[in-house]
Ligand binder design. Structure first.
Ligand SMILES: *Cc1c(COP(=O)(O)O)cnc(C)c1O
Length: 384
């Protein structure tokens, strides 16, 4: 509870003329990420009372994160995206103060990042911010270990690996990619931004050989939207810290405030302690309710999905060959109109699916989500 402002969230959005949404599409940044835990908001408020040396705070926060998640070492970043910039910068500079100071100028240095072509993704240009460039391995259809290895040259600074829904098929898997990188004396840098839960992913990718793994603090961890963290090998975490904000480096624009650091730690402390089985059961029950409500629209198949590609149970609507209505993105657009604007995901892997993600659905909103999706599906089915 704020004591300094009488405004509610509804007041602020009304004053600005911005219409709120019901977020049934998951922790997507454009749709506000996730709701920070009360513990995170309280820690941010509390931390605003004190001044510290930020370097000392970041080192201590890194130690706390490492001990919370069971990693060798960790450090705070500005979102998982900030972690990608820092991974690349660390790979090129490896703690050398002269190189740290001159990035993004990389002339004469190994500055190539090997990435499997099938793993190229919409945020990967962040890896290029420190003056690096990609060398692609394999093609659009697959990448073999031989192709990955053949892309490595004396100019390679790191091998990049993505752990993300639908990006992990017909690619060299992380353990083998790490083995190949290490055989050439190179680090394996992994982006696992959205791969929590399950919580055992906090240890999995490093135990498989990744030297640095980037996670979001503002997705399911429910810390401040702007936060993230890297975990990994102590020497690589140190290289990452040296090239990260607040130091005067290529990553200086990626600052994280002491309040945000405290908020991330508070959220992580809660996150690692949650009974994941009970949490999953709750999400599954909610999604089964939605599935029951929207099932039996002709041309659709509705199911609860929970697997590598769906980090928590989702309600997934598949538009089948017999569907004659508009595609998924058009249905998603229509759901954002009307009195209750409902955000759902579509178009991520194809235009024939709609995903409903329970993470951000607030108490009392589930029925609205189900009835709006049902209403639009029934209307659209009759258009065919
Ligand atoms: C969400 C996401 C990011 C960005 O994470 P932020 O914490 O929002 O910066 C990067 N990579 C992947 C694969 C993601 O899913």
């Amino acid at each position: 509870m704020s004591t300094t402002s009488q405004e509610t969230g509804a007041d602020i959005t009304r004053r600005l003329g911005v219409r709120p949404i019901i977020n049934a599409g998951g922790p997507n940044t454009m749709h506000s990420g996730s709701r920070p835990l009360q513990e995170a908001m309280d820690a941010m408020q509390a931390m605003s009372d004190v001044f510290v040396n930020i370097e000392e705070l970041l080192i201590a926060a890194g130690k706390e994160i490492a001990s919370l998640v069971g990693a060798e070492a960790a450090t705070v970043t500005s979102g998982a995206s900030g972690g990608l910039v820092v991974q690349a910068a660390a790979a090129v500079s490896k703690g050398d103060p002269e190189i740290v100071a001159r990035l993004p100028l990389t002339d004469g240095l190994p500055n190539e990042l090997v990435i499997q072509k099938r793993q190229r993704f919409s945020y990967d240009h962040l890896y290029l911010a420190p003056g690096t460039k990609f060398v692609e391995a394999g093609d659009d259809n697959e990448c073999t270990p031989e192709q990955l290895e053949a892309a490595i040259t004396p100019n390679t600074a790191a091998v990049i690996h993505l752990e993300s829904p639908f990006r992990n098929r017909k690619v060299v898997q992380l353990p083998q990619a790490a083995e190949i990188a290490h055989a050439h004396g190179l680090p394996l840098m992994a982006d696992a931004a959205s791969m929590l839960p399950p919580r055992d992913h906090l240890r999995k990718f490093t135990s498989q050989g990744a030297d640095l793994v980037s996670f979001s603090g503002g997705k399911a961890v429910r810390g401040p939207q702007s936060t993230g963290f890297l975990i990994g090998k102590p020497e690589w975490i140190e290289y990452a810290r040296l090239v990260n904000a607040p130091n005067a480096t290529v990553a200086r624009a990626q600052k994280v405030s002491k309040e945000e650091v405290a908020g991330l730690l508070a959220a992580l402390r809660v996150f690692v302690d949650v009974d994941e089985e009970a949490e999953t059961t709750r999400y599954r029950r909610d999604m089964e309710l939605v599935v029951d409500r929207i099932a039996e629209v002709p041309g659709t198949i509705v199911s609860v999905e929970h697997n590598y590609d769906h980090y928590i149970p989702h309600a997934v609507v598949k538009l089948t060959d017999s569907w004659r209505g508009p595609d998924g993105p058009e249905l998603a657009r229509r759901l954002m109109l009307g009195e209750h604007r409902v955000y759902v995901t579509s178009g991520y892997i194809g235009d024939d699916e709609i995903w409903i993600d329970p993470l951000n659905i607030q108490p009392g909103e589930l029925e609205t989500v189900a009835s709006r999706v049902h209403e639009e599906l029934v209307k659209a089915a009759s258009e065919g």
